[in-house]
Design a protein around this ligand. Sequence first.
Ligand SMILES: [Zn+2]
Length: 94
Amino acid sequence: MIKKSVLVDDMEHCVVTGSSRVEIHHVFNGPCRKLSEKYHFVIPLRPDWHNMQPYSIHMDQKFDESWKQYAQAYYEEHIGTREDFRREFGKSYL
Ligand SMILES: [Zn+2]
């Protein structure tokens, strides 16, 4: 279980609801899942906000992209350039 995120201070509570019943979401998944772990691009979400519901981050593309954009902004501020990001993650979300 990943306990550290650079995107939120509190990994124990859902970023949407504040619930303490959380699952850890990788902001970039699929082939980029490892990069999410490397850079600590993870967020805690209550299970219904994580998956299976129409409003969950795995189903709602807008919700998903908003966190991808936030993570990319963090990357560009602290880690590398947009070109570096594109090279690592395959595309830019900004
Ligand atoms: Zn997830």
